[in-house]
Design a protein around this ligand. Sequence first.
Ligand code: 4AD
Ligand code: MG
Length: 460
Amino acid sequence: MAEMTRISEILRQQPLGELVEAQGWLRTRRDSGSLTFLELNDGSCLASLQILAEEGLVNYASEVKKLSTGCSLRVRGRLVASPAKGQSVEVRADSIEVLGWADPETYPLQKKRHSFEFLRSIAHLRPRTNALGAVARIRSALNFAIHSFFREQGFILVQTPIITTSDCEGAGEMFTVTTLAPEHGHKGDPYADDFFGRRAGLTVSGQLQAEIFALSHGRVYTFGPTFRAENSNTSRHLAEFWMLEPEMAFCDLRGDMEMAEAMIKALIASVLAECSEDLVLFDQHVAKGLIDRLTQVRDCPFVHLTYTEAVAELQRSRREFAFPVQWGTDLQAEHERYLCEEVAQAPVIVTNYPEAIKPFYMRLDDDGRTVAAMDILVAGIGELVGGSQREERYDVLARRMAAAGLDLEQYGWYLDLRRFGSVPHAGFGLGFDRLVQFVTGMQNIRDVIPFPRTPGSAPC
Ligand code: 4AD
Ligand code: MG
């Protein structure tokens, strides 16, 4: 049998008596008489592999006894049943090769538990910890689960641009992309001499471009980084985050909500099935009861409320909110969380928000006051998904775009989609980092993305 090298595979298959080779970083060293026990982790799974090093190794005194947390090693030996508690197998080392030393005086990760705040200050080393290591595996599993889900549902992946001249959400939160020197002075349009000949920025959403392909391919999705220059220093906002945006032609608000709910349930089902070891870590050390809560979300229907009903529910509550609620104002995270944590005890889909607080592209309802919007709210976070049926009627859309101050000529292509073969269509955006937060129970969104970008902070 060929040598195995990934610790996850070695632990899963447990080929007792076979030769294995493992490579990774040392978590701990423990000496016991003429024996040394090493815990080796290679990031492939939460568990470390126990290595038994004996005196007879050629470098036992010169190197093995000097190993410390963070050193990188290549170990070869036979897998044997472990007599000790805590693991069923261990490797009796034939050779231990030190690939890289880590000075114990300066290596910042010690065996004790470090705060997530401290770990943020060492973004280059924190993936070697249990919690951040587990986040990375869950993020990866969710990525694959998203692509599998949409593939099975007949969706086509469209890669929408990162640099764009369209401000989808119309909130003026685009980072400008420019090659002009800061002192560049130009009368009139300051971007006329710029790289693209007009103002360009980093995308706040791929939706408008996804709509183009929904109106040719029916069911599409885009999934990529998204940028917002909003000055929100909260535990659920990033300046660079990942958003998944499906867009469906021949679909109304109901179909949109059904797809979003089915997708969230399928994604949770897949991590429950595939990442159980990592989820147990979060359940025990980060968010007690996490696995039960995720199981409930997977199995129970979401609760539906119109915005008007949600406002009435909030006004009826005796809770003192920092922001008072009245019809016409946007819901704040505290309101969103109250609705799912206290009122519904399940994810809540709030629909039909006032037209004035939502972007121009959402379909105007017959009452003329609300739009066919839907937000999915979840416990601990608030808004996880924002979506809508899109305005497919040319005249209504042109009127709303003009009212929003958009240049109708610049967005002529968007209006064209309503001039030529317009169809009812709908879509939504899922904040991927918020999904990872929800699935892991991590408090702060900065700890579920490898390299968080927030106001004043972009270390590496
Ligand atoms: O509600 P939003 O702004 O919707 C859109 O951008 C639509 N164009 C989506 C669509 O219909 N195709 O953003 C969608 C989701 C939010 O529900 C939230 O989960 C996440 O993106 N989000 C953020 N996540 C992290 N940091 C931020 N600053 C976020 N802003 C939005
Ligand atoms: Mg939103």
